[in-house]
Design a protein around this ligand. Sequence first.
Ligand code: PLP
Length: 443
Amino acid sequence: MSQTQSHVFPRHCNASLPTAVGGDGCYLIDADGKRYFDGSGGAAVSCLGHSNARVRDAIKAQVDQLAFAHTGFFTSDPAEQLADLLIENAPGELDRVYFVSGGSEAVESAIKLARQYHVENGEPQRRHLIARRQSYHGNTIGALSAGGNAWRRQQFAPLLLDMSHIAPCYEYAEAAEGETPEAYGQRVANELEAEIQRLGEDSVIAFIAEPVVGATLGAVPSVPGYFKRVREICDRYGVLLILDEVMCGMGRTGHLFACDADDVAPDILCIAKGLGAGYQPIGAMLCSRAIYDTIAQGTGFFQHGHTYIGHPVAAAAGLAVVSELLERDLVPQVQARGAYLHSALTARFAQHAHIGDIRGRGLFRGLEFVADRQTKTPFDPALGLAGKLTKAAFAEGLICYPMPGTRDGRHGDHVLLAPPFIATETELDEMVDRLSRAVDTVM
Ligand code: PLP
């Protein structure tokens, strides 16, 4: 069907998109047979590529056996097994898994669970949430309220929950001249303590952050010690730590859970994208035993829920994905390929006049574009560089994830790369070649 006859409500109303008809490893194929290297895995989704036989077979087998059973009445084998596997490998005291259909739902569930926990724990006065500027936690109202991206929030501001936003940990753009990474990390982490004290020491429900910031900053990890200090502050004031690993989790950074690299465990962890690897829509919220027990021994009922939580086919897909990650040792492979990709990007772009920073962890990498490398001055957002780069890359047969900088002129345009974990070194070289040609086209 041609675009003009379409009744689909697309993301961009006036864009004319090719029709995807197939997937083959790291490539997507359109109706004209053109092959696109999936350099961002969609948006850090397709960790196993597009034709994984084990996941496809698991989905087919599950549909044949049981497509759906409402979780108000039944549990299911794939949901139980996937929860066991996640908890076996999860950090800290995480002990229960609440399955949802995607990242925003995981964040919404986390926010509500955190509030209910405090209510049932005898602290109903806790009503504030703290998040970070330049974060993204999803597009539903609660998740969007947590997000700190001014552009995404702007139009919906009257509808959003009142949440505090402190500084992100974004060393490249925000550390002071001569400040060590450690000192910078402590300084920005201490903003959390100051905000808790400002709001009232026993009035904060939770702090939410992405261990490696994805969609809004382009693969920005924290500096050493930052999250340890955050954890200390949360513990001191009884504030729950919610880590949003919807994008950076499930092996993407070279650790099954991104927070493993920071040696910190949250009270609540949100995952999605890589969990279903694009084969099924599935996300999850993992919570600590203490949170679960408080509710189990209190009202016994988390006042939340969606029709498709714990969907058996989605859980079967997730189980096959996590089994693939673990049994094929793909997470250590992400570390090795990530190091290779970082070297390839550095070799190609380190001297580029308009690339100020090359960063990230594992196969989660970002490049930041600047008008002036010395002063780190971003390009004027009105130039629409990110959009132009998306188009140029697509024409080169590369899917990547460029994002515009902020309008306050502090953060530049950037591009996020999140290729499938199965990408070979040759394929990663090809991705860098295509990106390089696209960058040459636009600047
Ligand atoms: N949280 C983070 C960190 C994300 O990157 C995203 C999506 O990009 C979300 C939440 C929302 O996930 P979804 O689009 O599946 O609702």
